[in-house]
Design a protein around this ligand. Structure first.
Ligand SMILES: NC(=O)c1ccc[n+]([C@@H]2O[C@H](COP(=O)([O-])OP(=O)(O)OC[C@H]3O[C@@H](n4cnc5c(N)ncnc54)[C@H](OP(=O)(O)O)[C@@H]3O)[C@@H](O)[C@H]2O)c1
Length: 475
């Protein structure tokens, strides 16, 4: 069976890929927007097609000869995502028809269309309708609500609130019902959909026990061994709630708002097709799912995070802006007497719980300021304590380039009046650390000049600490 996996770098796609590559009977093809985001091991073993669903030519290359295609795509971080998602789904199904694809498997959001339906869910429902509109291609449309797994946005919000706040004032939406499901169970349904013996379109709603969001919070506390008190307040606007989440959890204001808008209406299953068509899958309970997710985090086994996929990084080539950067803070160190592999290892360990080598409190203050401005702050942390992948986020940075043993380029995603990068390069016996800033208008210039004293301390010590830390690393 020739299978196409799209969205392979996304939260769900990355986990599904891990399972699919363990199924030798499948002839797997992977569709990504940037081949550099795929590991060499995958490139060596699997057919990887680079492309975008907005290009019919790319889609034709991807779907030619395919029996079953997974559609795990959305453009949530773009302003006009509703229109883009419709176009993307229409292109996909048109070309799937042309290429005589037998089945499309799509994972969408759970819920119904009514006056309370959020724009995000509406867009997911529209995508499902478009994908199910073909007369010749069968679509299995799996619908999930809150997904519990390490790195999932909804779970990270709940976990961060519960871990950080002993008393929580809670708005009305915590009374809403949902049917959360563990991420591994979602993957199980997606995998089982490959061989399902059924040839009509099918909508499969999945979830475990129905429960309110407040129960999820209290059960998360139980799973974490914490005691938490919820104090209901009758009114709390979506904006205040979003701001609250923005401050205390890793999600930025825009994502918090999109999620909270969706909490006004129930996200519960509307059909029993999960049980009927997949009788061998028994979703685990909420507490068990939380414990599994937490264990993955503790054991550094997080496969994917909600914040990993950010298409904006593939749309831009910043090299010209970096070359044109008006302000550069450059430091160099002689590394002839150091193990260069370990020096790069120390560079790669930057950020998250490992800290920023020195003056961590200054980075934390910067993170708080960013959060207060509605930015991402430092709460996103790192996925893994030593490994970094191209495109993933690291505190308020995103990995824009990583060349093992050679270069790490981080692009700043905090709220700043301009664009900023932090680069580490090993050239011969030199370690070069450069902070670049491309200011926007007068405020950009004022911002840079006002930070010169802080940069002096932070960047000077950073390079020496990298070398010091490299000597502490094991082989
Ligand atoms: N995550 C959840 O909690 C959750 C819950 C319920 C339902 N779902 C559903 O599951 C599906 C996948 O969600 P996710 O959370 O895994 O998404 P995600 O992490 O945001 O990943 C989205 C993927 O889409 C790809 N993509 C976006 N635009 C594209 C384009 N024009 N052409 C090609 N690829 C494109 C991205 O590729 P790049 O890597 O190149 O950027 C990325 O891999 C969605 O339909 C979502 O509604 C997710």
């Amino acid at each position: 069976m020739k299978v196409l996996l799209t969205g392979a770098n996304g939260y769900i796609g990355r986990r599904l890929k891990k399972v699919l590559i363990g199924l030798p009977e499948l002839d797997l093809r992977i569709f990504v927007r940037n081949k550099k985001s795929v590991s060499q091991a995958i490139l060596d073993k699997y057919e990887v097609i680079e492309g975008d669903t907005f290009s019919k030519e790319d889609l034709q290359k991807a779907l030619e000869g395919v029996d079953v295609a997974y559609y795990l795509i959305h453009s949530l971080n773009k302003e006009n995502y509703q229109d883009l998602d419709k176009l993307s789904a229409q292109n996909f199904i048109d070309i799937a028809e042309l290429c005589k694809v037998k089945r499309v498997i799509y994972l969408g959001g759970l819920g119904v269309k009514n006056e309370n339906t959020s724009h995000h869910l509406l867009s997911r429902l529209e995508t499902g309708e478009i994908l199910s509109s073909s007369k010749t291609v069968q679509t299995i449309w799996v619908r999930a609500g809150v997904i519990i797994g390490s790195g999932s946005a909804s779970f990270e919000i709940i976990r961060n609130l519960v871990e950080k706040l002993p008393f929580m004032i809670t708005p009305k939406w915590v009374d809403t019902y949902a049917q959360p499901i563990a991420v591994d169970d979602v993957i199980a349904y997606l995998v089982a959909s490959l061989n399902l013996e059924y040839n009509q379109n099918l909508i499969v709603d999945i979830g475990s026990k129905k429960m309110q969001y407040k129960e999820m919070m209290l059960q998360t506390a139980t799973a974490l061994g914490l005691k938490r008190v919820l104090i209901p307040v009758p009114f709390m606007s979506i904006n205040i709630s979003s701001y609250w989440l923005n401050l205390f959890t890793p999600v930025p204001f825009t994502v918090a708002k999109a999620l909270i808008e969706g909490l006004k209406s129930e996200v519960t299953i509307q059909n029993e097709n999960g049980k009927e068509f997949f009788p061998n899958i028994h979703p685990i309970g909420y507490i068990e799912a939380v414990k599994k997710a937490v264990l993955e985090i503790e054991q550094n086994q997080v496969i994917s995070r909600w914040s990993d996929a950010d298409g904006t990084i593939w749309d831009k080539n910043h090299q010209k802006e970096i070359n044109d950067a008006i302000f550069v803070d450059r430091k160099e160190a002689d590394i002839s007497s150091y193990d260069k592999k370990k020096v790069f290892g120390a560079i790669k360990s930057i950020g998250g719980d490992n800290g920023w080598f020195d003056y961590d409190f200054l980075w934390e203050v910067r993170g708080i300021i960013d959060k207060a401005l509605g930015g991402v702050g430092l709460n996103r942390g790192r996925r893994d304590s030593c490994d970094l992948r191209l495109g993933e986020c690291l505190d308020f940075w995103r990995v824009e380039d990583i060349q093992e043993g050679n270069r790490l380029l981080l692009f700043a995603q905090m709220k700043i009046p301009g664009s900023a990068w932090l680069e580490f390069k090993i050239e011969g016996d030199k370690l070069i650390q450069s902070a670049y800033f491309y200011p926007k208008g007068i405020w950009g210039r004022i911002y840079w000049y006002s930070l010169i004293p802080l940069h002096y301390f932070i960047f000077k010590n950073m390079i020496s600490k990298i070398l010091e830390n490299s000597t502490k690393l094991g082989n």
